[in-house]
Structures are given as C-alpha cells and as structure tokens.
Design a protein around this ligand. Structure first.
Ligand code: IFM
Length: 388
C-alpha cells in the first residue's frame, strides 16, 4: 500500500453553517419565507446553539483539527446598527470551545440568511449594502479576531445570487437576470468593502470568500466548447476577478461536475448522491488546479455528499483526498480540507431530507450517531495521510 502523505500542519475538519444547525433563529429572510409557506421550516435544527460543546467533542474524537462555522448576522445585529453583545459572547464561547479541543477555527460572516431588517429594506439591492455589510464584518472581526485568524466574508455568492435572483427558488424569490447581475456586483463590492474594513480593525487576520466552483468540461463539439469556456468563466472565475486583490486565500466549496455534450451511456453510468448530483472522482482535483492561476493559498472549505445510508461516503472522501493530494503535488497550495458537513442539517429548500453529515442526527431525539465513513476520515486526519 502506498501512503499519500500531506504537508505537516495540513488542516482536516468539517464545516457547518449557523442557520442550518443552530436552531431557534426566527428573525431572518429564510424564517419569514418559512412562515409564508415558501420553504420548509427550520425550527430547532440540530440544537447546535446549545449542544456545540458536545458536537466539538465528537469532532475532536474523529481526529479533526479544523472547523469551519458561520456566525448568524441576525443574532449579532438584530436591528440595523444595534449589535448584541450577548450573541458576540456566545460566539466567543464557541471559539474557546474549539480552541481548547485543538480545533483551528474558520469563521464565515454570512452564510445565505439575512437579518429581516436588512432583507425587508432591500438586502443587497440597497445602494448602501456594501457599507452595511462592511460595518457588520468589521464589528465581528474586532470582537472575534483575537481568537480566530481565518475569516470568510460571503459564502457562495454565485449560489446566493443564482437561487435568489435568477431561479427564484430562495429568498427573495426573484427571476430576473438583470437583478442577478446587479446583485453579483453588489456582493463583490460588499466583499471588497468588508475586506478593507476587517483588515483595518485587525491587520493580522486572513480574509477570503468561500467560492462554489463547478468542474465544467465538454465533448469536442465547437458549440459545447464555447459554452463550457464561457460558463466556466461566468460561474467560476468572474466573482474572483471582481474581488481581485481583496483576498488572502480562496475557500473552495466543491460539489458538481457538468459536461456539455454527454452521451446517454455516460449519463446512465454516472454515480449520484441522494441529491441526484453526479459524483465525479476527480472533479475536486480539476477545480483545485483551476485556482492555481490566483497564486493564493486554497482551503477546501466544503466538499461532501448527501448519502443517508452511508454507502458512498467512504469512497467519496477517499477520492476527494486523492484529488487534494494530487493538486498539492502539482503546485496548488492547498492548506486544509473541510468535509460538508459535521452534522446532518437543514438543506435549505430541500429541508431535512438530505443527509450530508459525518454524524447522523435523529431530529426527534437530537441523538448523534457517528457514521462509519467518519471513522475512515478519522484515520486520514490522524495519520495526515491516506493509505491507498
Ligand atoms: O448545505 C449547503 C451549504 O449551505 C452551502 N454549500 C452547499 C451545501 C450543500 O448543498
């Protein structure tokens, strides 16, 4: 058996996001959409808000030394310009709980859910949204930056703008391509403003975004080649170009492969997750290689699959680790890998059906059950290597 060894100090862990796991968040656009019957209710989720220490005990027992989570904007700034010190203290406790367990934290400032006061006054369509977002991010960086050096501002800007303003499936349920383009620009401006404001308060911290990138390819049909090249630029690179010079690292969230011009045989042979997403063994490798051009450290900030019976997760994780190892050996400075997710959680418009967790949640009892694949990942984390 050959050993695929990782650089010393490589970070291994899992990610969560506040709204998807904490429970009890009612003052957001998503909670309002649930009250309006447009998306499934989130309710108490995994009760991670009160059970985080127990959950971090599990992460530590699984060999993790890294954990990505998000702070909930609506908790911290429940009214415009009013910040809640008690919620800041809560997240300081979360950071302490990670640190005492030897888990390096990575904090995301905003992961899809907007405070109601912000969404009801126009959200990122407001002309002053970059200023408002930067004020919030600078405040959080000031309060948490002594306990965390690794921050991302925006989670998956293209997904937020695509689902909310193009497909009309997520709040604010718009289907308008011009609005979509406007919001992508506004998000880039918000990130740039936040980056500068955070670095002013805490020059020592590292700030980036988490970018959802897809591995696109095509058959040899010229039309498909042009389509593939254009969509690759539009989805994967445009936002990163808009924030050029305003990021210390890139967080890569990776889930998808899309080939333009597949044959019926290829479609039939594809292995899929419970979400119907194709599981391409080397797609993470290709997505990492595509980030080499930016010359920045890269963290795989999310990568995972929905697999309720845990029959594909082990192979998925091994393939992902092979991809990261290969990308590093070809010069991509990958510094860490976060599986999505530590826990089963609220999967947005799909509710609680999909099961992404290394740890299964029984939502009736809040019992945590560690899946078998989590132990395979544990071996990789503890050895800092894959025995292949
Ligand atoms: O659950 C989401 C997460 O909030 C953002 N990235 C993709 C995950 C799976 O869909």
């Amino acid at each position: 058996m050959a050993e695929k060894k990782f650089p010393s100090g490589f970070l291994w862990g899992a990610a969560t996001a506040s709204y998807q796991v904490e429970g009890g968040i009612e003052n957001t656009d998503w909670a309002q959409a649930a009250r309006d019957g447009k998306v499934p209710p989130c309710g108490s989720a995994c009760e991670h808000y009160t059970r985080f220490e127990n959950d971090f005990d599990i992460a530590k027992s699984l060999g993790h030394n890294f954990h990505r989570f998000s702070v909930e904007w609506a908790r911290i700034e429940p009214e415009e310009g009013r910040f809640d010190e008690r919620e800041v203290e809560h997240y300081r406790n979360v950071l302490r709980a990670l640190r005492v367990r030897g888990l390096e934290p990575s904090v995301t400032m905003w992961h899809f859910t907007l405070p109601l006061w912000f969404s009801e006054t126009g959200g990122f369509e407001r002309s002053d949204s970059p200023k408002i977002f930067a004020r919030y991010c600078a405040y959080v960086a000031g309060k948490l930056g002594d306990q965390c050096t690794h921050f991302t501002t925006i989670n998956e800007p293209m997904v937020y703008a695509g689902k909310g303003f193009w497909e009309g499936l997520w709040p604010p349920f718009r289907e308008n391509i011009l609005r979509h383009l406007h919001v992508v620009s506004a998000l880039a401006a918000a990130h740039r403003a936040a980056y500068k404001a955070m670095k002013k308060v805490r020059p020592e911290i590292q700030v980036g975004v988490t970018k959802h990138n897809i591995f696109f390819e095509s058959n040899s049909n010229p039309f498909n080649i042009v389509l593939h090249v254009f969509i690759d630029w539009f989805w994967n690179h445009r936002f990163l170009q808009l924030i050029y010079g305003h990021q210390d690292f890139i967080g890569l969230n990776h889930y998808h492969h899309k080939k333009f011009g597949t044959t019926p045989r290829e479609r039939a042979a594809a292995v899929r997750s419970d979400m119907g997403w194709e599981l391409h063994p080397a797609s993470l490798y290709h997505s990492l290689i595509a980030l080499k051009r930016y010359g920045l450290p890269v963290y795989v900030s999310e990568n995972g699959l929905a697999d309720a019976v845990d029959s594909r997760r082990t192979e998925f994780i091994k393939n992902a680790v092979r991809s990261v190892h290969r990308a590093i050996s070809e010069g991509v400075p990958v510094k860490g890998y976060c599986y999505w997710s530590l826990l089963d959680n609220y999967e947005w418009a799909s509710g609680y059906g999909p099961r992404f967790g290394l740890v299964e949640i029984d939502y009736a009892t809040q019992e945590r059950r560690i899946r078998k694949s989590a132990y395979v990942y544990k071996q990789i984390c503890e050895r800092n290597a894959l025995l292949d």
